[in-house]
Design a protein around this ligand. Structure first.
Ligand code: N01
Length: 555
């Protein structure tokens, strides 16, 4: 088997032991902005990043068709008005290369690179009660200390390989969506197979199909997907939108939803009341959905405001999408297999596609329904299912991630009393506000479990967390505190509240990676906070206003 990627890093020189005010793990958007804000406080910081450049998820996920499912003018930093005015996005949904370029631009523009060490994988972080500092080590031999340790490790950064017998025996080329090579990949003249029909697969399939001789899609669970309706951005529209950027940003931050919305030229002046299913006739509901469908994008899931709470509303939306799939896909059997029927729409991350369902009308594309004939094994030359053997030259895996906790638990994080994070989280992640973990002083988790994170526009949530952490550190400096830790009871109540909110929705019925359901042995806990970015921000602001309720500080 030839695994094609270029992840081998050159030998890095050993760093000398050094101490910093803060150590940040990860140089994606969260790590970059955190470094910028800490610099602003006059603190010293060291960032460790396992990749050879900045960008996080946009560094790794270079698979064909990779692009953001949040719109460019919303999926961007708001902290610098000059940056947001000067940077020019070209498409409604930015392709991976453009977002990576943007991350590099931010790093250079704010002179961040000098504090980042690339090619360093942090393997351990240990709190010393006597020194009141974290010691952070890397696999490459670095050892540094920091008063604060800030995890900017991303929610979807640990790839999940399928447990299929014989995977390693495949003798053709094998690619993994989330570890894609940096050089161009051609599928010309090849028989390609792809496993995985989540967001990554659904974006990659149409592009690979256009290039390959033949593409077989091995689908276990069909997913709901809405058309992106991507287009080049009209510069006159962009100028008008940017003229009101502050008001738009404010709406993204304060809204009831996920921080994706308000992308009309005129900013919303008041919070939009959700349209509830019970207030609509079937014709009206269809018209509302059609209008959202025509507009394109994940916004579709907000069209009927109670679709994530009310099974009747959700079923109506499901049927609307099933009908769309059946209208597009010509072969009735393939169309039926592509209609998701085992989860309410939206309870698994809604996919946003360009020509996904249309791709199944191509003569060189075939869908294999693994629910009818599961994969039995992978051999040197292809995939054996219960029904047939499919010969392949190339295999693409788009099989997801150990989400939200994967990257944190991959490190040996040890808090007070020698307690390991893995033990503290043996029944699932427990964090106060998704920001701080009881027993792990001065450790912050940007977009950690228990915060809106993956249910939101990540840039909105990253900025909110980084700003909150910066304010907390400023507060500590002003008051002469050296240690901050989440209170056990406050954490317990918050975790209970996160569960209660999730249980008031249909999310737990999705059986998705939000629940850890895609990783064998992972506790089934709904990890993100589902009340929306605006209400979450209000809670975090209130905690500050009330003197950091739920946190304990000491000198
Ligand atoms: O991963 P996934 P992803 N045999 O977990 C299948 C973000 N993202 O990388 O559902 C056969 O959704 C698995 O099948 P099943 C976004 O938040 C964003 O696509 O377990 N199949 C599933 O179909 C997204 O939700 C963007 O039955 C196997 C697939 O692999 C998240 O990342 C783009 C299998 C995994 O789907 C993850 O998306 C891309 C097996 N043994 C990603 N094991 C945008 O911004 C797994 N599967 C647009």
């Amino acid at each position: 088997m030839v695994i094609v990627n270029d992840l081998t890093e050159p030998d890095m020189p050993r760093s000398i032991e050094a101490s910093f005010d803060a150590v940040i793990v990860g140089a994606g958007f969260a790590g970059l902005y955190m470094l910028h804000r800490l610099r602003g406080l006059g603190l010293t910081a060291r960032v460790f990043e396992q990749a050879s450049d900045v960008g996080g998820t946009w560094y790794w996920n270079r698979y064909p068709g990779a692009r953001c499912d949040a719109e460019s003018l919303a999926y961007s930093f708001a902290f610098s008005e000059d940056l947001e005015q000067e940077w020019e996005w070209t498409e409604r949904y930015s392709p991976q290369a453009e977002i990576l370029q943007y991350a590099k631009h931010v790093a250079e523009r704010f002179d961040l690179l000098r504090d980042i060490r690339f090619g360093r994988r942090v393997d351990a972080a240990t709190w010393s009660e006597s020194k009141q500092r974290w010691t952070i080590t890397t696999e490459q031999g670095d050892k540094v200390t920091g008063q604060y340790c800030i995890m900017a490790t991303g929610c979807l950064s640990v790839p999940q390989l399928p447990a299929i017998e014989g995977l390693e025996s495949f003798a053709g080329k094998r690619y993994q969506a989330s570890q894609w090579p940096h050089q161009a990949v051609s599928f010309k003249g090849q028989r390609v197979g792809i496993i995985g029909t989540g967001s990554s697969g659904i974006q990659a399939i149409p592009v690979i199909a256009r290039d390959a001789d033949h593409l077989t899609v091995f689908q276990r669970t069909p997913n709901f997907s809405v058309p992106a309706k991507n287009s080049l951005l009209e510069q006159s529209w962009v100028r008008q939108f940017k003229a009101n950027y502050r008001a738009h940003r404010n709406n993204h931050r304060r809204g009831l939803g996920s921080g994706f919305g308000d992308l009309d030229i005129e900013p919303l002046t008041e919070v939009q009341e959700p349209i509830l299913m019970e207030s609509l006739s079937s014709e009206q509901a269809n018209a509302v959905l059609q209008s959202a469908w025509d507009r394109g994008g994940a916004f579709f899931m907000g069209a009927i405001g109670d679709a994530m709470m009310n099974e009747t509303a959700n079923s109506f939306v499901q049927k609307f999408v099933h009908d769309k799939i059946k209208q597009v896909v010509k072969d009735p059997q393939t169309a039926a297999a592509l209609c998701p029927d085992n989860h309410p729409i939206g309870t698994r991350r809604i996919c946003v596609d360009i020509d996904y369902f249309e791709t199944y009308n191509r003569a060189n594309v075939r869908l294999l329904n693994l629910r009818q004939s599961p994969i039995e094994q992978i051999t040197a030359t292809g995939i054996q299912t219960a029904a047939e053997f499919v010969e392949l030259d190339t295999l693409v895996l788009a099989t997801g991630f150990d989400a939200m906790t994967g990257a944190l638990l991959a490190m040996d994080i040890v808090g007070t009393g020698g307690v390991k994070l893995g033990d503290a989280w043996s029944e699932g992640p427990k964090a106060y506000l998704g920001l701080s973990v009881n027993g792990f002083p001065n450790l912050f988790t940007i977009t950690g479990p228990g915060s809106p994170s993956v249910l939101s526009n990540m840039l909105v949530s990253i900025e909110q967390h980084v700003d909150w952490i910066t304010d907390c550190i400023t507060y500590m400096q002003d008051k002469g505190f050296r240690i901050c830790t989440a209170d056990k009871m406050a954490q317990k109540q918050w975790v209970g509240h996160v569960n209660d909110v999730a249980n008031g929705t249909l999310f737990p019925k999705g059986g998705s990676w939000y629940l850890g359901a895609n990783v064998k042995g992972k506790p089934r806990v709904f990890m993100p906070y589902a009340a929306g970015v605006g209400p979450y921000r209000e809670i975090c602001d209130q905690v500050v206003e009330d003197g950091y309720t739920g946190f304990q500080f000491s000198a």
